[in-house]
Design a protein around this ligand. Sequence first.
Ligand code: XMP
Ligand code: MG
Length: 183
Amino acid sequence: MDIADVEDDITEVLFTQEQIHAKIAELARQIEADYAGEDLLIVGVLKGAVMVMADLARELKMHITMDWMAVSSYGSGTQSSGVVRILKDLDTDLSGRKVLIVEDIIDSGLTLSWLQANLRSRGPESVEICTLLRKPEALKVEVDVRYVGFDIPNAFVVGYGLDYAERYRNLRSIGILAPHVYS
Ligand code: XMP
Ligand code: MG
């Protein structure tokens, strides 16, 4: 499959590489202001958040440490169930730490509300969330999200870390996946 075929799979580009980077710089300025002088741990949720983490971390002009978690939501098909299993836990002890969870997307919110509660039970000073994308129409639970890049329509999107069947994560832009790909 070459790059022209990949572009056929996207019906609409929502955000270009430039728009994504400008938004991440904006989020970084807010985070620098909010955590000035603090020792911040940013936690990336594998695998979708890899690109956001890489760009956000390099944009932050302050000391940070990085750690990673991998979780899986049990559920039928593509729907998240809210029952979450930890596939890879943090290497870091959270007691007394200021923690910022970094995610690619909040859909139903079930995964992140579970994750935030789980990390808050480990004795940190604070656990906030930064997500690049959010689908307001898909939210099933209230999630306490401090930083949001873009609110998007309730469509399946890929690119910039987001996948369909593990593909498209390497696209530089974020776009809506064409129905012919999954039907
Ligand atoms: P919930 O529903 O618990 O799930 O907020 C969030 C996780 O579901 C995945 N997800 C998507 N992945 N395009 C994707 O590539 C999408 O439009 C999409 N919506 C949800 C994603 O892994 C996220 O962490
Ligand atoms: Mg994800």
